[in-house]
Write a protein that binds this ligand. Structure first.
Ligand SMILES: [Zn+2]
Length: 160
């Protein structure tokens, strides 16, 4: 699959080839905290207004908790009032995929990490300009990395 990853200089690459992550359930449980596992692998939802990243206003990148693929940038974060971290666009369209979710008597667009299939949240069409989209994401599905530390997200796929 083609994704955009962070290079050793902390900059996003153009689309590069990266293999999908296929871990067993036991491997995911070993890698993630119970809360992260319940959200990212169990498609859970954190309680509103409780997430650790809701009021994070620092500059940086939000990466996938499962595979550390960069997913959202602080520049696209906005205050939605919903109680969940909200973004008007992903850091790269290649890195996020959507899937129709018909659970709980609703039809919603689930958003997932394209590389590890981790559940992130849902995307709605009531967001602000320029996209009009609201990517509503659970804090435990994300790892925030400060702007000064983006090189720590350097991905082997950047050097292929
Ligand atoms: Zn991932």
């Amino acid at each position: 699959m083609k994704v955009r990853v962070m290079n050793r200089h902390g900059a996003l690459t153009g689309p590069v080839e990266s293999a999908p992550w296929r871990l067993t359930d036991a491997q995911w449980q070993a890698r993630l905290t119970p809360e992260q596992y319940q959200i990212a692998r169990g498609k859970g939802t954190e309680a509103p207004f409780c997430g650790t990243l809701l009021d994070n206003h620092r500059d940086g990148v939000y990466a996938c908790i499962g595979c550390r693929l960069p997913l959202f940038a602080s520049a696209a974060k906005f205050h939605s009032g919903t109680g969940w971290p909200s973004f008007f666009q992903p850091v790269a369209n290649e890195n996020v995929k959507t899937h129709v979710d018909r659970s709980h008597g609703m039809v919603r667009q689930e958003i997932l990490c394209v590389r590890c299939d981790g559940h992130l949240g849902h995307v709605f069409a009531d967001g602000p300009p320029p996209t009009g989209l609201r990517f509503c994401v659970n804090s435990p599905a994300l790892e925030f990395v400060d702007q000064a530390d983006l090189a720590t997200l350097a991905d082997p796929a950047a050097d292929l």
